[in-house]
Design a protein around this ligand. Structure first.
Ligand code: C2E
Ligand code: MG
Ligand code: MG
Length: 690
C-alpha cells in the first residue's frame, strides 16, 4: 500500500490522508476518554470504599476495645449490603485475626495481601484503616473490593463512546469528502484534459472553472492551464494556417508547373512527360500512337488586333472544343500561344485518324459569338505517327510541328499527315530560324529598293523597300521564306524596324544629296502593325531620321486592316495625322471588299502581281484588274500595279487608268547606289533646266 502510494490517484491519496487523520484523531480521543473514564470510575470506587472502611473501622472501635469478636464480626457482616465487597478482616494490635467477613462472591481461600497502594490495573483493591481510640491504634481493618462491575459500566460507556466516535468519523468523512471533491475533481479534470489534448491534439478543450474554486490555487492552476492551452491553440491555428497556405501554394506551384493556367490543360512540361511515357508503353506493347499538332490560324492576328483578353477567351473556347471532340483517353495539351497537341494512344490504324482530324477542324471552325460580333477561326493540324514516322518523342514532336506548317501553307483549316518531304523542310526551317536569330547582329540583312514608275510621265516617283538576307550557310534567302518565320518568332519586330529605319535614312539622303523627293514604300507586317506602340514608333522614327512624313508610304495587307477595325482605324488616323500614307498591298488576294476599303483612310491600292501576270493571257485576270482600277478611281484612290514584266502589261495598265507601275520591266529591286545612279540624269536635267 505504502509502496503503491505514489502511483495512487490524487483522490485516493487525499482519501487515505483524510481517513488517516480523522481516524487518528478519533482514536486518540477515544483512548484519552478511556483512560480518563477508567481513572475517574476507579477513583470514585476507591473513595467510596475508603469511606466505607473508615465508617466500619469507627463502628468496630467498641468491639475491639472490649475484646468482643462477636460484635466485631456482626459489624463486619453489615458489609453484606455491598456485593462488591469481597472480604473484610479486623486484626488486633498484635496482628492476630480478630473478626472476619467473607462476601458471597469471595473465593473461600481469600487472603489479604497487604498493599501500600492500589494499582491502576488491579481488579481487586484492598483498603486498610487503623482502628484508633484516643489516638492510640488498637487494631487494623482491611477491606477487599472487586471492581469488575465498575469495568462493565466502563465497557458500556466506552461502547457508547466508540459509537459516538464512529459517527463522528463518518460525519467527518462526509464533510471532508466535499472538500476532497472540491480539490481533487478540478485537478483530475486538468489531468484528464491534458491527457486528452495530448492524445487527440484538440487544443480547443478547456477545463471548466467553477466559482467555488475560482480564487484558490487550483483555480489559478486551471486558469493558467487554460491560458496556456489557449496560447498553444493560437499558435497551433497559426501554424495550421501557415501549413495550409504552404500546402495550397505547393499545390498551386505543382499545378503551375504542370498545367496551363488559362485553359487548365497540361502544359508543355507535362505534355513532354506524358508523351515520353506513352511512347515507352507503346513500344513495349507494340501500340501505335498519333501526335496531332494543332495551331489556330491567324490567332496572332486576332490576339494583336482584338486584345489579349479576347484572345484568352478564344483560347479557352478552343481548349474546350478540342477536349469535347475527343475521347477522355486522348490527351490535349497547350504548349503555349495558340499551339495545342493531342496524344492519341493505342491507335487502331491511321485510317481512324481522318474522322478525328475532321472533327477537330470542324470544331474550331464553328463561329464564336463574342458580344455582338462573330469571330471565325480555323485550325491547321499536323499529324505524325509513332513508330511509323518517328521512333522517339523529340522527332515525333518536330515532325508533327513541321507537318502543321505544311497544313497551314496548303490553305489553312485542314490537316496533313507527315511525309518525307516534310522531314527535309522541317530540318531546313529549324536551320533558318536559328540563323535568322543571328542575322541582325551579323549584319546579314540589307535593304534593296524597287523603283515605282509613274505611268503617265514614265518617271520614277518612288520605290519600295524590300529586305534581303544573305547568310553564309543558307545563301540568299527570300523574304517570302523568312518573313513568315520572323513573324512567328517575333523577330519581325527588330527586322521591321531595321528596314523602316534604313529606308527612311536612305530617302532622306536622296532628298539631301540628290534633291529627289522619292516616295518610300515600306512593307509592314501585321504583327508590327498590331503592337500598341506602333504609331509612336513611326512618329519617333520620322523625327529621328528627318524623313518628311508625306513621303512615307506604309504597305499593309488586307488581312492586316480587316481584323480589329476600331484599332486599325485609330492607328491609320493617327499616322495620317503625322502625314504618312497607306497602301493596301497584294489587293485582290484577300477577302476585303471595295466598300470596306472606302471606310479606311488609305490612299493607294496595289494590284497584286498574280493578276498582272495574267495580262494579256487571262481574260478573267484582265477583268479583275480593270474592275479594281475602276472602283479605285471611283474612291479616289491611287493605283499601283505590281509585277509588271512586259511593255504590253504596262501599256494595258496605263490605258486602263493605272497610275503607277512596279516590276522587272522597269527595274528589279536594286541597291541604294543603283537608285542613286538612276537619279543622276534627272539631277543633270534639273540642273540644265535650272
Ligand atoms: P510584296 O510587298 O508584294 O513585294 C513585291 C514582291 O514582288 C517582291 O518580292 C519583289 O521582288 C517581287 N517583284 C517585283 N517586281 C516583280 C516582277 O516583275 N515579277 C515578279 N515575279 N516579282 C516581282 P520579294 O522582295 O521577294 O518580297 C516578297 C514579299 O516579302 C513582299 O511582297 C513582302 O510581302 C515581303 N517583304 C519583303 N520585304 C519586306 C519587309 O521589309 N518587311 C515586311 N514586313 N515584308 C517584306
Ligand atoms: Mg509590298
Ligand atoms: Mg505585293
Amino acid at each position: 500500500m505504502i509502496r503503491r502510494f505514489p502511483h495512487l490517484p490524487i483522490k485516493s491519496k487525499l482519501n487515505i490522508a483524510l481517513l488517516l487523520s480523522s481516524g487518528i484523531a478519533v482514536a486518540v480521543l477515544f483512548l484519552v476518554m478511556l483512560v480518563n473514564n477508567t481513572q475517574r470510575l476507579r477513583n470514585e470506587a476507591v473513595a467510596q470504599i475508603s469511606i466505607l472502611a473508615q465508617v466500619t473501622a469507627t463502628n468496630s472501635q467498641a468491639a475491639v476495645t472490649f475484646n468482643d469478636p462477636a460484635a466485631a464480626t456482626e459489624t463486619l457482616a453489615a458489609l453484606r449490603v455491598k456485593p462488591e465487597i469481597l472480604a473484610a478482616e479486623i486484626r488486633d494490635s498484635k496482628h492476630q485475626r480478630f473478626a472476619v467477613y467473607r462476601g458471597a462472591n469471595a473465593p473461600s481461600d481469600f487472603h489479604f495481601k497487604p498493599v501500600d497502594r492500589t494499582s491502576f490495573w488491579d481488579r481487586v483493591i484492598v483498603i486498610s484503616r487503623p482502628i484508633v481510640v484516643d489516638k492510640e491504634p488498637i487494631g487494623q481493618l482491611w477491606i477487599a473490593a472487586d471492581l469488575s462491575d465498575l469495568f462493565s459500566v466502563l465497557r458500556g460507556e466506552m461502547l457508547a463512546l466508540a459509537i459516538a466516535a464512529l459517527v463522528a468519523f463518518g460525519v467527518a468523512n462526509l464533510v471532508t469528502n466535499r472538500f476532497r471533491t472540491l480539490i481533487a475533481d478540478p485537478i483530475e479534470e486538468v489531468a484528464r484534459t491534458a491527457q486528452a489534448i495530448a492524445t487527440d491534439q484538440d487544443f480547443s478543450r478547456r477545463v471548466a472553472l467553477t466559482r467555488r474554486i475560482a480564487n484558490d490555487e487550483v483555480g489559478q492552476l486551471i486558469d493558467t492551464f487554460n491560458k496556456m492551452v489557449g496560447q498553444i491553440e493560437d499558435r497551433e491555428t497559426r501554424l495550421r494556417g501557415e501549413l495550409e497556405r504552404r500546402r495550397l501554394a505547393e499545390k498551386k506551384l505543382e499545378q503551375l508547373a504542370h498545367y496551363d493556367t488559362l485553359t487548365g490543360l497540361p502544359n508543355r512540361f507535362l505534355f513532354e512527360q506524358t508523351l515520353a511515357l506513352t511512347l515507352e508503353r507503346a513500344r513495349g506493347l507494340g501500340h501505335q500512337v498519333a501526335l496531332l499538332f494543332i495551331d489556330v490560324d491567324n490567332f496572332k492576328l486576332v490576339n494583336d488586333s482584338l486584345g489579349h483578353a479576347t484572345g484568352d477567351i478564344l483560347l479557352k473556347m478552343f481548349a474546350q472544343r478540342l477536349t469535347k471532340s475527343l475521347r477522355a483517353s486522348d490527351i490535349v495539351s497547350r504548349l503555349g500561344g495558340d499551339e495545342f497537341t493531342v496524344i492519341i494512344d493505342q491507335l487502331k490504324g491511321p485510317e481512324h485518324l481522318k474522322p478525328i482530324a475532321d472533327k477537330l477542324v470542324a470544331a474550331i471552325a464553328k463561329p464564336i459569338q463574342l458580344g455582338d460580333r462573330e469571330i471565325y477561326a480555323t485550325a491547321s493540324i499536323g499529324i505524325a505517327l509513332f513508330p511509323d514516322h518517328a521512333g522517339d518523342a523529340d522527332s515525333l514532336v518536330r515532325y508533327a510541328d513541321a507537318t502543321m506548317y505544311v497544313a497551314k501553307a496548303r490553305g489553312r483549316a485542314n490537316y496533313q499527315f507527315f511525309s518525307p518531304e516534310i522531314h527535309d523542310r522541317a530540318s531546313g526551317r529549324l536551320k533558318l530560324e536559328t540563323q535568322l536569330r543571328r542575322a541582325i547582329e551579323r549584319n546579314e540583312l540589307f535593304v534593296v529598293y524597287q523603283p515605282q514608275i509613274d505611268l503617265a510621265s514614265g518617271r520614277m516617283i518612288g520605290c519600295e523597300a524590300l529586305v534581303r538576307w544573305k547568310n553564309l550557310e543558307l545563301g540568299a534567302v527570300s523574304p517570302a521564306d523568312f518573313i513568315p518565320v520572323a513573324e512567328e518568332t517575333g523577330l519581325i519586330h527588330p527586322i521591321g524596324e531595321f528596314v523602316m529605319e534604313t529606308a527612311c535614312r536612305q530617302a532622306k539622303r536622296w532628298i539631301d544629296e540628290q534633291g529627289a523627293s522619292l516616295r518610300m514604300s515600306v512593307n509592314i507586317s501585321i504583327r508590327q502593325f498590331g503592337t500598341a506602340q506602333f504609331t509612336e514608333k513611326v512618329g519617333a522614327l520620322l523625327e529621328r531620321t528627318g524623313m518628311p512624313a508625306q513621303l512615307l508610304e506604309l504597305e499593309l495587307t488586307e488581312s492586316c486592316t480587316m481584323e480589329n477595325v476600331e484599332d486599325t482605324l485609330n492607328k491609320l488616323r493617327a499616322l495620317r495625322e503625322l502625314g504618312a500614307r497607306f497602301s493596301i498591298d497584294d489587293f485582290g488576294t484577300g477577302y476585303s471588299s471595295m466598300t470596306y476599303l472606302k471606310q479606311l483612310p488609305v490612299s493607294i491600292v496595289k494590284v497584286d502581281q498574280s493578276f498582272v501576270r495574267g495580262i494579256p493571257a487571262s481574260n478573267a485576270d484582265m477583268e479583275i484588274v480593270r474592275a479594281v482600277l475602276l472602283v479605285a478611281r471611283g474612291l479616289k484612290l491611287e493605283t499601283v500595279a505590281e509585277g509588271v514584266e512586259t511593255a504590253e502589261q504596262a501599256r494595258f495598265l496605263a490605258a486602263e487608268g493605272c497610275n503607277i507601275a512596279q516590276g522587272y520591266y522597269f527595274s528589279r529591286p536594286v541597291s541604294a547606289d543603283e537608285i542613286t545612279t538612276m537619279l543622276r540624269p534627272r539631277l543633270a536635267q534639273a540642273a540644265r533646266a535650272g
